[in-house]
Design a protein around this ligand. Structure first.
Ligand code: GDP
Ligand code: IMO
Ligand code: MG
Length: 427
């Protein structure tokens, strides 16, 4: 089948390697589209010996022939967007291939302030957000009180900002924070608006026109299925829909136009921030994994929590996303283990279940039921095909396919773009 549009989504709790695979697939595409989230994301891409970290900018930015869209479903901090653009320009990427949706909501200074204050007051019960203002910005969007990019670049912005800031400053003061100065911050926003204007456009029309002309599109998910506001362990989630449905609402492309949905899966599990994590473990092995894979947040630098691969999570993720394929990442990190554990069910209150309950109390009582598989000792970072993998690595991949009933179409054995093996072509 000749695919035209592919959604790349995180199948776990984020940081699965979405940036790497999006960038890899983008070489065959015409558009890369971010459809939700904001600069809470941290996507790592490595090629030609250099590592790049992107937060807001789509992972196809390095190729001038690819149109990179920041979609309407995103929440965009324009100050941070410009900083990221400046940094990329310094590294030799002109960023003339960026298109920012006029419909996207803006993350304002007060959103970041409120996010941080809220987390502080929640103490032990905090969500462990990235403090980028994501939750407060999506709250305003849903409450129909947000500022959109189209407003930011309009002449009405000063009055609109003054009105919003007045109310937010009252809230900030009540929460124990320091009110934001209107005049000083307005000057910054007016400058930012001027600089961002050339990138702002009706991306919905641009993208749909491209699709009509037969152009190829990669939708780049941020976060992951278990951080989805509807499907994750609420309230320990982000405030958007990283799952595949979000690709439609967050870009203005209808579901009938989506051809393939690739779930990016880390060969084990990680999570940053609070919330239930059934297969989490902390011992010498997890410490070793953390150091070898450098499992520290791309955005917040926090150490990531480590767990075994959870196939209950993956089955759930395959279901809610409608996965048509998997890209299995960081397989190289499992080299050198005698035994690798795979969670295939949960045991809770004396019963076995293989789904994710909505009740966090119930989920917290779930004990993972493990299948133990023999590991492999070989370094696999130079492997170029499935057949070259040690037999136990092949068995690990096949077991995942069997348990989840989705084919592993791509696997990855290192951070570099070249360390990617395609078993079945996506485009
Ligand atoms: P994203 O948020 O899903 O894009 O993922 P992150 O960039 O936050 O985290 C993934 C990390 O794993 C990054 O440091 C990548 O460079 C790295 N990475 C991706 N694929 C592989 C792989 O196959 N092997 C190894 N060792 N590292 C990888
Ligand atoms: P990428 O795209 C991993 C987590 C935070 C926190 C929760 C809510 O790089 O995979 P938020 O700031 O969104 O309100 O925080 O979600 N989180 C991520 N974890 N990867 C991410 O993005 C994340 N973005 C947010 O740690 O638990
Ligand atoms: Mg990340």
């Amino acid at each position: 089948m000749m695919n035209k549009t592919v959604v790349v989504i995180g199948s776990q709790w984020g940081d699965e390697g979405k940036g790497k695979i999006t960038n890899f697939l983008s070489e065959q595409a015409d558009f890369v589209v971010r459809y939700q989230g904001g600069d809470n994301a941290g996507h790592t891409i490595k090629f030609d010996g250099v590592t790049y970290k992107l937060h807001l900018i789509p992972s196809g930015v390095f190729n001038p022939n690819i149109k990179n869209i920041l979609g309407n479903g995103m929440v965009i901090n324009p100050i941070h967007a410009l900083q990221e653009i400046q940094a990329l320009k310094k590294q030799g990427f002109p960023c003339n291939n960026l298109y920012i949706s006029d419909r996207a909501n803006v993350i304002m200074n007060y959103h970041m302030e409120i996010d941080a204050l809220k987390e502080e007051t929640m103490g032990e019960g905090k969500i462990g957000t990235t403090k980028k203002g994501i939750g407060p910005a999506y709250t305003d969007k849903t409450a129909r009180e947000g500022i959109r990019i189209v407003d930011l670049v309009s002449s009405n912005f000063p009055a609109l900002y003054q009105e919003k800031l007045k109310a937010k400053n009252e809230l900030i003061t009540r929460m124990g924070g320091k009110p934001i100065d209107y005049e000083a911050s307005l000057a910054t926003y007016l400058e930012v608006a001027k600089q961002i204007t050339p990138y702002v456009t009706d991306t919905v029309t641009l993208l749909n026109k491209g699709i009509k002309e037969g152009k190829k599109v990669v939708f780049e998910g941020a976060q992951g299925a278990l951080l989805d506001v509807d499907f994750g362990s609420y309230p320990f989630v982000t405030s958007s829909n990283p799952t595949s449905g979000g690709a439609c609402t967050g870009s203005g492309v209808g579901p009938t136009k989506i051809d393939e949905i690739i779930g990016v899966v880390k060969a084990y599990s990680t999570r940053v921030g609070s919330g239930v994590f059934p297969t989490e473990f902390e011992d010498e092995i997890s410490k070793d994994i953390r150091e070898r894979a450098h499992e520290y947040g791309t955005t917040t630098k926090r150490p990531r929590r480590i767990g075994w691969l959870d196939c209950v999570v993956l089955k759930y993720s395959a279901m809610i996303n409608g996965l048509t394929g998997i890209s299995l990442m960081l397989l190289d990190i499992l080299s050198g283990l005698d035994t690798i554990k795979l969670c295939c069910a949960y045991k809770v209150d004396g019963e076995y279940i293989d789904y994710i309950p909505a009740d966090n109390g119930l989920l917290a009582r779930c004990q993972p039921v493990y299948l133990e598989m023999e590991g492999w000792q070989e370094d696999i970072t130079n492997v170029k095909s499935f057949k070259e993998l040690p037999i136990n690595a092949q068995r690990y991949i096949e077991k995942i396919e069997e348990l989840i009933d989705v084919k592993v179409k791509i696997f990855s054995v290192g951070p570099d773009k070249l360390q990617t093996i395609v078993r079945e072509n996506i485009f």
